[in-house]
Design a protein around this ligand. Structure first.
Ligand code: MN
Length: 421
């Protein structure tokens, strides 16, 4: 058959999961462009970032080439940063983006973050993208074995995201496609919780791609439904375009609307939400977290007086001063021993003048402070750090000393990567 190689089947699924309150993933499933984006940031800023990235790709329309696609990614990065600067509630927001332009038997992929693209060809599943994540970086440096990375408690700390830096480094991957190829884009809600051989089996055996998409999401939810899960799949084939139009093998899909969430947990079921949300906030190492320590503001409010304009002026000045303090404090992180004897990352000022705490705990690690002190007395010295540096140090401590109630990781015997068994 002489028909051109084209997308002959399309499927997508996006689900909130069983733990989070809402879905911060966005996707696009309108060939020639498909994409997934996994947003991060508090107060629903994550979904704003993810939607901004996807909407920017949608604006490209049908006439697009690899250069325009890359330009759109860079533009989306600028837009997300501009929005975050203009709106304090959105400061620090970011998103992954993995997109593929499929045209003329060729795929051009752009990729930032830890969402993934896979190719299923001849029953083999091949990962096309490299995760921009802390654990993937440790694996590349030979400091962590791949199977350790898969169960690492900080495996969702990412090192690149749209919105994190003024200039974004975008991976570009080109791929010649073949008849029967299936491309899968997914967020880490799938890849971090479902083993790749199961992903391969589900996609390879499903009679229709939409069944595969639904089964992948169901599988992620059976693994706990910890995160939002989004998948987009396309199959390539050679079909006479006229016949294709007649059979409508490619369903029309709304590009950005997530599918309706399945019913939430029943009234008697507890949603284990808090722990995972805490990890979520760690995900943009490079940008400051804006949330001001509420206690500082409360203290200033307490001094506000109604006795007259001078008192109001003094209160306003104090508020302004506190605002400056909060602003500086919001950019300062440190790693310290918490009163309960574990290591945590705190946020604000590392010292407590006259016994007043000007910081708030931000991220617990579960690592015993005594273990860390015994091995390395200087680590928990409350040195001020950037957010990314504090997160990386905390992640290294977790990796080195383990977390009893998660799963202890062995300390590395050497700097060589341990080969898979
Ligand atoms: Mn995710």
């Amino acid at each position: 058959m002489n028909a051109p190689l084209t997308v002959v089947e399309l499927a997508r699924a996006s689900h909130t999961g069983l733990v989070r309150g809402h879905n911060e993933d966005r996707f696009m499933a309108t060939p020639p462009l498909i994409a997934v984006a996994d947003g991060m940031g508090g107060a629903q800023a994550g979904e704003v970032a993810a939607a901004t990235a996807v909407e920017r790709l949608e604006a490209l329309g049908g006439e697009v080439d690899a250069g325009a696609l890359r330009g759109a990614v860079e533009d989306a990065n600028r837009r997300i940063r501009a929005m975050a600067e203009a709106n304090p509630a959105q400061a620090g927001m970011g998103t992954t983006l993995t997109a593929a332009l499929i045209r003329d038997g060729h795929a051009d992929l752009v990729h930032v973050g830890d969402s993934r693209a896979y190719l299923l060809r001849g029953g083999e599943l091949r990962r096309l993208t490299e995760d921009h994540s802390l654990v993937a970086e440790l694996v590349r440096r030979g400091e962590l074995a791949p199977d350790e990375a898969e169960r690492h408690p900080n495996r969702n700390v990412i090192t690149r995201a749209l919105g994190a830096e003024a200039t974004i480094e975008v991976d570009q991957i080109g791929l010649d496609l073949q008849d029967g190829d299936v491309l899968l884009l997914c967020t880490d809600g799938l890849s971090a919780y479902v083993p790749e051989d199961e992903v391969r089996d589900i996609v390879a055996t499903a009679p229709r791609l939409q069944q595969a998409a639904d089964a992948l999401v169901a599988r992620a939810n059976r693994a706990g439904g910890i995160d939002n899960t989004t998948v987009v799949l396309v199959r390539l084939g050679r079909v006479d375009p006229a016949a294709l139009a007649a059979t409508q093998a490619v369903p029309a899909v709304e590009a950005t609307q997530p599918l309706p969430a399945q019913p939430p947990a029943g009234p008697g079921e507890e949603r284990p939400r808090a722990a995972e949300r805490a990890i979520r906030t760690v995900r943009v190492p490079a940008s400051p977290r804006p949330a001001p320590p509420a206690r500082v503001l409360e203290r200033v409010d307490g001094r506000r007086s109604r006795r007259g304009p001078i008192a109001v002026g003094v209160a306003a000045a104090l508020l302004l001063l506190a605002g400056g303090v909060v602003w500086i404090g919001s950019r300062t992180y440190f790693v310290e021993a918490a009163p309960d004897g574990t290591v945590r990352v705190s946020h604000g000022f590392p010292w407590s003048p006259a016994g007043v705490d000007l910081f708030e705990p931000w991220q617990g690690t579960g690592v015993a402070a005594a273990d860390v002190r015994a091995a390395d007395p200087g680590v928990l010295d409350r040195s001020a750090r950037g957010q990314g540096e504090a997160v990386e140090l905390a992640a290294r401590l977790v990796w080195r000393f383990g977390v009893p109630d998660i799963e202890p990781l062995p300390a590395p015997a050497s700097t060589e990567a341990v080969p898979r068994a």
